[in-house]
Design a protein around this ligand. Sequence first.
Ligand code: COA
Ligand code: NAD
Length: 653
Amino acid sequence: MAVHVEITGELAVVTIDNPPVNAASQAVRAGLMTAIAQTEADSTVQAVILRAEGATFTAGADVSEFDKPPLDPHLPDVILALEATTKPWIAALHGSILGGGLEIALGCHYRIADAKSKLGLPEVTLGLIPGAGGTVRLPRLIDPNAALTMISGGKPVAAQKALSLGLIDAVATGDLTEDAIAFARTAISQPRPAPLSQRPAVAVSDPDAWNTAKDSLRKKARGAAAPKAAVDAVQRALDLPTDQALKAERQAFMTLKSSRECAALRRIFFAERSAAKLPMLKGEGPAPLNAIGVIGGGTMGAGIAAACLLRGLAVTMIERDEIARAAGHDRVAGVLKNSLDRGLMDQAKHDATLALFKSSTDYADLSLADLVIEAVFEDMEVKHGVLAALDGVLHEDAIIASNTSYLDINVMAAQTAHPSRVIGLHFFSPAYIMKLVEVIVTDHASPTALATGFALAKRLGKIAVPAGVCDGFIGNRIMAAYRRAGEIMVEDGAWPWDIDAAMRGFGFPMGLFEMQDLAGLDISWAMRKRQAATRDPAERYVDLGDKLCEAGRLGKKTGAGWYDYEDGRAVNSDWVKTLILDASKRKGIARKKFSQDQLMDTILTTMQTEATALLAEGIAQRPEDIDVVMINGYSFPRWRGGPMFMADDPSAR
Ligand code: COA
Ligand code: NAD
């Protein structure tokens, strides 16, 4: 039974039990209706506690039901029925109280939450707005500005914050159900608060701040419809009587539900969760993951070490000499200190986390490591030296992962004593923030090594996507292709800043050239130099990037790249303009004009063509995996669903 009722004396405990996340499926909605009728009919019951089994209270509507015709009873009616009860309902909340879960809680008369719980209305992340009264009831309970941020931003808040906002009545200090029972006993003798739908909206205290917040949220949406619809819905909640606002909310919800944006975001939601489930790994368990080794304490090594430490894994980091060790150690300690300073952890947690970290110049310190990630210079000789050293010290079951961006991990593996334990784990920078990891499936990788790679990614809270070995795996190979296409357009007549503007207009947070300046132009320069010997002489080669690097313009870090930088701000560069005009002239190219649409169409088509090749070569396993990579690693606008989702419907633009 998805919902069961237990009556003890004057109290009823209604429990939702619908694993894995207690989604508000038809069975749950029907079960709640039955529970409402039963507790209303039982004259011994004076108050009702609504709780859930398992790891979380209801995490929202059942997303898998969205493609099917809606079934009675609908959630808005269940919530109205809750509000109409004659007895106080106390929601006892734990885990992730999201979407429809929070809307159910708003239908109750009181809310008490576990200290570790998170409450939110993340519908916009699925291309929706709350459809069961969330946009109408929340600003009748808390400050409208806070409600607006939660609904249009979609980010959940922690229990303490929810308490300070007035979203909940109490944070449990002991066992949640016991605290809720105690709360209910007190509530019986108190006058019941009016249901939220019968209260006026909380007044906007600062109209200027309110308008600024609305503008800023609309701008942040970068073309996505749902966050803007959420702003409109909250405004309506303030302007209209409840019944009209509820009706308008439902209409907007139904329209968005059948939108392309919602379909795109639902597909990505499930694709992100299924990418790591490789058929070849079915039933395969990971090796233990107690101690992690990281080789190299530079940008990536330090970032990866910090990501592991922040998830409670012990890390030993090896550097090549004492100076580099101290610098790497400081980088890692700096990330932890930053978490402390930002209040993301307290002093005790910080100290305990730092105590899990050790840095050394002696490979022998890795003798107990279960998995070692190398993040040394992007140079095959250096990587070989590291792998040989690891062969000498690691225990037989330890796994070795390379974080190389472009080098052939099969070649690396072949030089080791046990190629079956060598895989790739391609993190993105900064590794303690970026969600994506490409798990590189090498030719001879054992299923255990791969399962352990995926298990580490999960432990780190990352989205893991499998990719085969090739120059750049999935993401960097697609990026190299569209970067080439962009540079060709620049030689043919576009300016880098035109292309960047077209990409921003499409929904990228920044364009191709701004992004290169930020990341540094030298890594791809090194790759191009490496590829020079094998490059097809018939292939059109644009040397603008090389010329920038030769002139010391390595990007923002050197104060100049595709752009000039004034006080850290990018400005169009006359120097670069001259370089481009000279290049076009040298090649006898008559420069032509491109519209913004033409520029973006070329970038998108190039992404799709390269992605199709990756699928044909078996480097990528599913079109969805490519979309997951482009969205989470390269900031492709999530609401557009990714290049492969868009390829299915060319009219989508
Ligand atoms: N509807 C249907 N299935 C859902 C779901 C939902 N609202 N939320 C989660 N699931 C499924 C996942 O697909 C996954 O299924 P799988 O095991 O077959 O892959 C399973 O529940 C566990 O989810 P997962 O995200 O892997 O677990 P987690 O512990 O990391 O995170 C949540 C749990 C609840 C925080 C997370 O799943 C989440 O944010 N869910 C979406 C909430 C939401 O957007 N609600 C509003 C809906 S309108
Ligand atoms: P980096 O230059 O910042 O750091 C490399 C570190 O490795 C240096 O601290 C160096 O002292 C250390 N090192 C070199 N040889 C060593 C050895 N023999 N033993 C121990 N340590 C040694 O480089 P990075 O940007 O961190 O890149 C590291 C790897 O990660 C490269 O393969 C790169 O292609 C890859 N990568 C980089 C990025 C990125 O955005 N920077 C992203 C993904 C992958």
